[in-house]
Design a protein around this ligand. Structure first.
Ligand code: AQP
Length: 398
């Protein structure tokens, strides 16, 4: 682990700098701590290519502030420094019951939200996961070297399968982290910006890559043939790159409006538990007005007995762009009834440009479909190279 931390230092330090330059001031901390601050390397892999970032969101339900503050918003700054791949992971949306007539619409809507939030299709590869068949194929190949015990231990699986029961819990739900590993490993991603809830899946991805490399990389792969591997690199060494998680210290876990101890989530049946990116100003004001509070005077970021106060102050800080000190000075002596209108206004104002851009983008489906087609072409090219190497290392017929 310590070795992993040292190896992780340069890309993580560079990622921090990228976010700082974008005015997000060190919002992204290393998922793996230890010496990262010391590193002053450029965002370049030893091979000379720019370091690669990959992330995605499922087109299930409405995207909310958690998806945005924990993931999408942080993607934007990374585009300046990294080779960024952002996908809409529609295959993941099939792991639970879904409405077929809604899926394509939801997929386009999530892609439009990426662009509306500031992802730039000329600097990032934006695509839909199922348009790159290599995701499904690599998932199968990785399934065959992933012990089922590793998947049974996943917290999200345990929680979701308990809620669904045996009759409704699909094999896909158990297997979803292997598909996620395939999503990441196909692009040899160095960094994966995600919210805190995905940390365990990222660790699993690293474990799967490590196991594949041990079983099929190195000398075993070297002995598989003469000349270069399908990707053009020399055979031998690791086939798959274990990625690092890039988790923001703030916004990494935005909590529900009705319970400050559980995360804001699309699947919560209570619509009032989340602030959706496309909620109207009135809806936001109403949800904030009704959200859970406590009976204590003033507001505090740090009191463990007051999870709602910490959550709402953090949302306020991130949406207003103020420093934590400024928020404390402004809000800590306020009553809830005084703070809530401020919070609602900050969220509405923060989302206003995003919503306007979203309206523009969705009024021109040809543009969006063009972006996604171009993104899929680029993604297919990168993915095919890795898949070719994996098939080669496994000894499959060329
Ligand atoms: N509450 C959250 N706070 C911070 N980050 C969050 N993310 C999700 N919820 C929060 C981050 O959003 C990205 C995309 O998530 P996803 O939609 O692919 O899957 P999810 O984590 O399952 O999202 P939800 O909203 O919680 O959906 P359900 O209810 O279906 O489980 C990820 O980077 C995630 O970390």
């Amino acid at each position: 682990m310590q070795q992993a931390a040292r190896a992780a230092a340069p890309p993580l330090a560079a990622a921090r700098r990228a976010l700082s330059r974008a005015g997000l001031r060190a919002r992204c901390s290393a998922a793996v701590e230890g010496g990262a601050a010391a590193a002053e390397a450029g965002a370049e892999a030893p091979s000379g290519r720019r370091l690669r970032v990959l992330s995605g969101v499922q087109p299930t339900g409405s995207l909310h502030l958690g998806n945005y503050l924990g993931a999408i918003r942080n993607w934007v700054a990374l585009q300046d420094t990294y080779d960024t791949y952002y996908c809409v992971v529609d295959l993941h949306a099939l792991t639970a019951a879904h409405e077929p007539r809604e899926l394509a619409r939801a997929t386009r809507s999530v892609a439009a939200l990426y662009l509306a939030a500031g992802v730039d299709a000329s600097r990032s590869t934006v695509f839909v996961q199922s348009r790159v068949p290599a995701h499904s194929e690599l998932a199968w190949l990785l399934n065959c070297c992933t012990p089922v015990g590793w998947l049974n231990k996943m917290i999200q699986y345990k929680e979701k399968s308990r809620k669904l029961g045996d009759g409704e819990c699909s094999v896909g739900l158990l297997d979803y982290p292997v598909l996620m590993a395939a999503d990441i490993l196909l692009y040899q991603a160095d960094l994966v910006p995600v919210g805190e809830d995905q940390r365990q899946h990222l660790e699993l991805t690293r474990d799967i890559a490590g196991r594949f490399n041990t079983l099929y990389g190195g000398r075993a792969w070297k002995g598989m043939g003469k000349g270069p591997a399908p990707s053009g690199r020399a055979r031998g060494g690791r086939v798959l790159k274990p990625p690092e998680a890039l988790i923001p210290p703030q916004g990494a876990r935005v909590m529900s409006l009705d319970d400050g101890t559980s995360k804001m989530s699309k699947s919560n049946p209570d619509e009032g538990s989340r602030l959706n990116l496309l909620d109207s100003a009135d809806t936001i004001a109403n949800k904030v007005k009704r959200c859970k509070t406590d009976a204590l005077p003033g507001l505090s970021f740090d009191d463990p007995e007051r999870p709602e106060a910490a959550n709402l102050l953090t949302i306020y800080q991130l949406c207003s762009g103020l420093s934590r000190e400024a928020v404390e000075a402004q809000c800590c002596s306020l009553r809830w009834s005084e703070f809530k209108p401020l919070l609602a206004e900050a969220v509405v104002e923060h989302l206003r440009p995003l919503q306007a851009r979203y309206a523009e983008l969705t009024s021109d489906p040809t543009y969006l479909d063009g972006v996604l087609a171009e993104g899929a072409a680029r993604a297919n090219e990168t993915a095919r190279a890795t898949l070719g190497d994996v098939r080669d290392a496994l000894g499959m017929m060329p």
